[in-house]
Ligand binder design. Sequence first.
Ligand SMILES: Cc1ncc(COP(=O)(O)O)c(C=O)c1O
Length: 400
Amino acid sequence: MGFIADALSRVKPSATIAVTNKAAELKRAGRDVIGLGAGEPDFDTPENIKEAAIKAIRDGKTKYTAVDGIPELKEAIAAKFARENNLAYKPSQVSVSNGGKQVLYNALVATLNPGDEVIVPAPYWVSYPEMVLLCGGTPVVVSAGAENGFKITAEALEAAITPKTKWLIFNSPSNPTGAAYTRAEVKALTDVLVRHPHVWVMSDDMYEHLVYDDFVFTTPAEVEPSLIDRTLTVNGVSKAYAMTGWRIGYGAGPDSLIKAMAKVQSQSTSNPSSISQWAAVEALNGTQDFIPKNALLFKDRRDLVVSMLNQARGIQCPTPEGAFYVFPSCAGTIGLTAPSGKVIENDEAFVTELLEAEGVAVVQGSAFGLGPFFRISYATSNAALEESCKRIQRFCGNLR
Ligand SMILES: Cc1ncc(COP(=O)(O)O)c(C=O)c1O
């Protein structure tokens, strides 16, 4: 028996982090590499938020805080849910953690027993199935293809539910596809959940503010208020306020779940950084001007990338509703030969050869549960996007 826990052998390391590392390694070796793998805005955190953090340090707000968040932040979060999502959570129903990632993980640790099933629509954010496995649960993957806009149907959800189902993890707009569910599409799914009272929903709304073309964001507990007692609504400041490094995410749900999550956090990390919490108070209570400005920039980048990719031979790129990702198909390149002489057998080979030949780092769709696709994060400058799309066009054009 090895020293490392068996649970870890079931879990894969993050493919997105692997691509980012590989790109960094090639850069260090002197290669001209454009990384389109990382899922974080390239903008700087707004000044008012930085100032709030500096003030917190100067004011001595540098001690341990309540485990799952300072009261001021919980109030700001409850006010945000009321203002933006028509959700009436009390501050005591809010939990603050080190990023949205820890909120999701705490909730799974707090609820999963061995054999419990968690429905994960695919393509999925890489961490969902791995977190479920780490917590001893069983991920039940429900696939949604490009033909359905990468969104699962009510029928597929219904078919995946068993007596062992504990959660549906719902993510809209989605990482990796950018697909976002309309109100009617959310309602179709919540109608199924209403019929299965043992199933809870974990709604990961991290990309809420990144929706384009007048798309209206909705979240399950807003669409179907009767689900409020079995919904964990998860969000955070990472993507909306360009605060990935500050590590603040939050969730709101029934008191019993929130208390259980605080118990997990009290015995693992304790409170998230006091300084980051004060910065998050300013992010949520201060001016929101930053958000629509950024969304416009992202929309232009999305349009640029979609248009240029659709001009690449063998690539088909749908136009996503939100987030800062596109998820094109590379099916038209499978079976062709790359400049290295290797045959593109699948999406993994496509991204490897693309990185080798043209120095463009993207992530294979199979890492997110659906091939032959790949994910591009367009959270980078227009110049870098234009150059990388040109390289992708050249790479595809050179395949034989
Ligand atoms: C869908 C989704 N959920 C959650 C997270 C985690 O965000 P945070 O940085 O707040 O932990 C990410 C980050 O990439 C994400 O893409």
